[in-house]
Write a protein that binds this ligand. Structure first.
Ligand code: MN3
Length: 251
């Protein structure tokens, strides 16, 4: 059983860009918290409880006010404690309902419904866990190392990357995300839009940097001015964390 404290420590190590995260893992080894789980996040970082088969809401690695003035404390509190918690709850319910169908206690006619709920809520949980870690106070402004090299190679320059990422984020239709992803088979970076929590993703790609552009992510502070929110987000990107995801995905 993983305690909340353990999770907080694990996420804290990711979010603060500690030496363990910044260092490129040696062959066969990974930095703490970056064990071989989904998308470079460990089971502990995702709040997975092996004993019960359920997921729990991971704590934030920083105070809800730590990203002010770019992302306000009230939005962070509601977003994490209510919206993200809702995805975790929905994920556990979907898993329970699918088990009931499997064991004869559920309605087989609802398999499509619960598969949809599983995809939506599991993706919502993973997306948000990544999202919180993609932001940090005292962010460095730009990536470095191999990630910066890859950005320049695949987008021409960091400014070109930023312009395309911003445009993608501003124009997601309805609720959704923009992601910088690593398509590992081709070995290149791409920017995609994702509708809802799970649609339009590229199979097998590793998400590196995501911005939540559902209205719940910005409406309290920015109302309908999504472009201002996207610009503010770029000021708090936790590039050391994004770099660690990239460097653990290309080996
Ligand atoms: Mn959200």
């Amino acid at each position: 059983m993983t305690t909340p404290l353990t999770r907080r420590v694990a996420l804290g190590a990711l979010a603060t860009g500690s030496a363990a995260v910044l260092a490129r893992p040696a062959m066969g080894a990974r930095a703490p918290g970056l064990a071989s789980g989904a998308f470079g996040l460990s089971a502990a970082a995702l709040g997975y409880q092996a004993a019960t088969g359920e997921y729990t809401l991971p704590d934030l690695a920083y105070d809800v006010a730590a990203l002010e003035p770019h992302i306000d404390a009230q939005t962070m509190t509601i977003h994490h404690d209510r919206h993200h918690a809702g995805y975790v709850r929905g994920l556990n319910i979907a898993l329970q309902q699918l088990e009931l169908i499997r064991t004869g206690g559920g309605d087989p006619a609802l398999i499509k419904h619960w598969c949809g709920q599983l995809s939506f809520n599991a993706s919502g949980h993973i997306n948000h866990t990544l999202f919180w870690n993609c932001m940090a106070p005292d962010a460095p402004g730009e990536p470095g190392g191999a990630l910066m090299d890859a950005i320049v190679r695949d987008f021409g320059s960091f400014n070109s990357f930023k312009a395309q990422f911003t445009l993608a984020a501003e124009t997601v239709e309805g609720g959704g995300w923009a992601w910088l992803i690593h398509e590992a088979m081709g070995g290149r970076l791409m920017i995609i839009q994702q509708e809802k929590q799970q649609n339009m993703f590229v199979t097998g790609a590793r998400p590196l940097l995501g911005i939540d552009v559902w209205e719940h992510a910005y409406y309290l502070k920015y109302q309908n001015r999504r472009a201002e929110y996207v610009a503010a987000f770029m000021n708090v990107v936790n590039w050391p964390f994004v770099q660690s995801l990239y460097e653990s995905s290309d080996g």
